[in-house]
Design a protein. Structure first.
Length: 370
């Protein structure tokens, strides 16, 4: 097929930076990409909109929108505009000019508490956030100790030079075998990025391919995400990767799945911090942690979050919980207290009702005698 021309019958459409498509989109979660596209459309149409309206349009929660905006801020794709000097009331979002990955990227703002900032008012089209909405999780999110560098696209000459390297050649052969296909140019670039820019040893890169093939995730988009995560976790050897992946496949993965978090593959730094506290400091078993997650979902099916689960487990820890038997005792104690309170309330109500009847009889008698 020869060259074809792409055109549109619509008069209005949204322009997207080629740099976004080529360098930023491929590394981002699909929901974050949808958020950026929608914000770009709003920008082109010069419309004001509330946070809740964005969430409704994208069929997600307000927390998901906040998470996506924080991601694009960290990637120097967006920045926030505030009212006044207090920087506690957001009045707008600015889509930044996007740079190629080999340019110097500097952020004017590293936002930690986006949702709290949005909780001012609706003057600029942002809906007021309910005070009952959790913000602790948003406040405590921190950056990884060492963020993975952006992927640079090698020139044809650089690519030829890399392909002549024996370790790269051997990794390509192994990747071809594990993925059961010939690698595309983009996949070759990912493999070179992992080996050279993330500084993976041959042994670590080999284990990465083995691990992803074992869990039947042979998309290089997934493989590269795992590699970035290992880099940011400071993993440098096969042994460290094996220990980390084993833990992720069991505890981390099950907790995320139980809480219905399926849009990403690894826990966020603050989520990992919570989980490590539950296992190391509180010394809870996986079964007890999963039980707390299930109870949190029962209480808040549409808005469950890590701080809420942490509140349950922290309460159990302070009460000396070590087993499900201890949890049952707490449940029984709580039930008895509730029943006692209900009985006292009912008794008080009955006494009040009896007193009213006595007064009524008294006045009726006075009226009759009179």
């Amino acid at each position: 097929m020869g060259s074809i021309n792409i055109s549109s019958e619509e008069d209005s459409y949204t322009g997207i930076s080629n740099n976004f498509i080529e360098y930023y989109m491929t590394d981002a979660n699909g929901d974050f990409v949808k958020l950026y596209l929608y914000l770009a459309m709003l920008c082109a149409s010069k419309r004001d909109i509330s946070l809740s309206d964005i969430a409704d349009h994208l069929n997600c929660t307000e927390n998901d929108v906040c998470r996506g905006i924080r991601y694009w801020i960290r990637e120097d794709v967006l920045r926030l505009v505030y009212n006044g000097r207090e920087r506690n009331e957001v009045r707008g979002i600015v889509l930044l000019s996007l740079k190629r990955p080999n340019d110097t990227l500097s952020s004017e703002l590293k936002l930690v508490d986006f949702k709290k900032a949005l909780s001012g008012n609706q003057k600029a089209g942002f809906a007021e956030v309910s005070e009952s909405d959790p913000v602790k999780e948003e406040e405590e999110i921190s950056e990884p100790a060492a963020k993975a560098p952006r992927k640079k696209q090698p020139s044809p000459a650089e690519l030829n030079d890399k392909l002549s390297d024996k370790e790269i050649h051997d990794l390509i052969m192994e990747a071809t075998a594990y993925c059961n296909r010939e690698l595309s140019q983009k996949e070759l670039n990912s493999l070179i990025y992992i080996k050279d820019q993330l500084n993976f040893s041959f042994d670590l890169a080999e284990y990465l391919l083995e691990y992803c093939a074992e869990i039947k995730k042979t998309s290089f988009n997934y493989i590269e995400k795992v590699a970035r995560n290992w880099y940011e976790e400071g993993i440098t050897t096969r042994e460290e990767a094996s220990e980390y992946s084993s833990k992720y496949l069991t505890l981390y993965g099950r907790i995320l799945k139980t809480l219905g978090i399926t849009s990403r593959y690894t826990p966020a730094p603050i989520e990992k911090k919570y989980i490590d506290t539950w296992t190391h400091d509180y010394d809870f078993s996986e079964a007890i942690i999963i039980e707390a997650c299930n109870r949190a979902i029962e209480k808040k099916p549409n808005n469950v979050n890590f701080p809420y689960v942490n509140g349950i487990l922290e309460s159990w820890y302070k009460s000396g919980v070590k087993s499900f038997k201890d949890i049952s005792k707490l449940d029984d104690s709580h039930r008895k207290k509730s029943e006692t309170k209900s009985t006292v309330s009912s008794s008080s109500s009955k006494k009040g009702s009896d007193r009213l009847q006595q007064l009524e009889q008294y006045y009726l008698q006075e009226t009759y005698d009179g």
